[in-house]
Design a binder for this molecule. Sequence first.
Ligand code: PLP
Length: 362
Amino acid sequence: MIPYENLKRLNTPFINKLKQGFDKVLDNGYYILGPELEAFEKEYAAWHNIPYCVGISNGLDALILSLKACDIPEGSEVIVPSNTYIASILAILNCQLVPVLVEPDLATYNIDPDKIEEAITPNTKAIMVVHLYGKCCQMDKILAIKEQYNLFLIEDCAQAHGATFKGTLAGTFGGFGAFSFYPTKNLGALGDAGAVICDDETHKNTLMQLRNYGSERKYYNDIIGYNNRLDEMQAAFLSAKLPYLEEMNAHRNKLAKLYFDNLNDQFILPVQDADYYDVFHIFNIRHPKRDDLQNYLAEKGIGTVIHYPVAPHQQKALAGVKGLKKSYPIAEEIHKTTLSIPCSFCHTEDEIMQVVEALNNY
Ligand SMILES: *Cc1c(COP(=O)(O)O)cnc(C)c1O
């Protein structure tokens, strides 16, 4: 059996560090907004060479609070890719903003920069890019558009901890870098967790207020806020694992290279390009007989996942949402043919070669 993911195995190398983190919080007696959160925020900002990090309860809330901090009028349009996890779009809808879906580039699976301008109207106020599967978007073109139209930039970095485009880290392109530390992500907590990184002090202060009832000083509330704090325990666990993020990403790259070097040409593989350092949160292949291929691998004891079986615009929840088109053919094509194969920090090279052999015999 080769599971798609095994979190117990993934966290085994960190057991002692995680237990030390647990003990520290228990000894401190601070559980919310204490020294562990402050330490992790400093470390995560420093890791990105950016001034600020604000711990948030999870990735969805990190996106929502980033949009709230932009302080744009309700009903404003936000550009977002049609090929994404639905959380990106839910964040926009939950802020009473209008998602304007732009199709991806079939080569990178990320938003197609050449299709963004035609989607911009006078009501467009922000662009939310999603660095999907651990590959950065083509940010030079996107930043030029952001500047020309004076838009806010929100990066959904939930799958891209440590990914770079032309040497710049995901989350540091000049807006809000929203992260999820859901347990399966490249940097995963032992529960729900998230953060926003940014280089603007005012935005940082607003985010800190928003996550804590709109309050800077206890029992004095300046704005209408939420309870979206990152707790001490998760912060301590994240601090324990952060020093190994680079190594975990390198491991995923080593496994990905085995696929690139050894898979035969019946599969469409992700595009490789020297401008990008990909962190392979997901290693996807595409095949016209995807469902049959998935069953075949399951029979051989190999776990796979489809990211995602239903495109966001085809989800029941989004039926009737204003401005959505009936069809986004490129997103639909990806959702119909994509298959995510094992490529986690928990896998060995030997296991990946077994997956390669099974795939090549298909
Ligand atoms: C996981 C994920 C999120 C949401 O993160 P949570 O911590 O689960 O709320 C948002 N966007 C993308 C692209 C994700 O993969």
